[in-house]
Design a protein around this ligand. Sequence first.
Ligand SMILES: [Cu+2]
Length: 201
Amino acid sequence: MKNFIKNTTGYVALFALLFGFNACDQSEVTPEANLSAQNSEAAHQTNSMNLNKTYTVELMELNGSGVHGMAHIELMGNEIEVNLEAAGLTPEMEHMQHIHGFTENNKNAVCPPLSADTNGDGLISLAEGVPFYGPVLVALDPYPTADATGMVDFMDQYTIARAARSLQNNVIVLHGMYVDGVYDPTIPVACGQIKVVNQGN
Ligand SMILES: [Cu+2]
């Protein structure tokens, strides 16, 4: 372990992040590490912030659904942890939920305005929203089923592709409600822009 630390000082900080111990408190400190000890506390903080970005999403209703909620996303390398709570969903039904966005450079996803309803039926369909929020980038599955009061409390982790890592260019969309007495699992019922809380620097 001692040689390991000497030879791979750079990994120590990484392991500290991954496994929760603080390398600054280790008694086996190399001379090299001692030289930089005065800066180590700041370095640890910088490293951890560079590796973790946090985002919030305020989910607001679409199509008069009455659905609202909040999501919190933590990005660690190419992994995200998504915590999502929503209310006002159709009880006891499964609700698809996705991160939507565009993979083209500099094209930002937005939540669709009323004018997205191009066929004028009073509802923004999944397809009518696509020009605004783009295709599905990350399916937040297995999709939750709302409880008897229409609430969802969801948490899961995903590996995401490089194209999805500019999370603030994307939105989260929740789907599924009754339309004319028939449950439409695709229709958008809530949407929210992903916003950066911690830029990571
Ligand atoms: Cu979707």
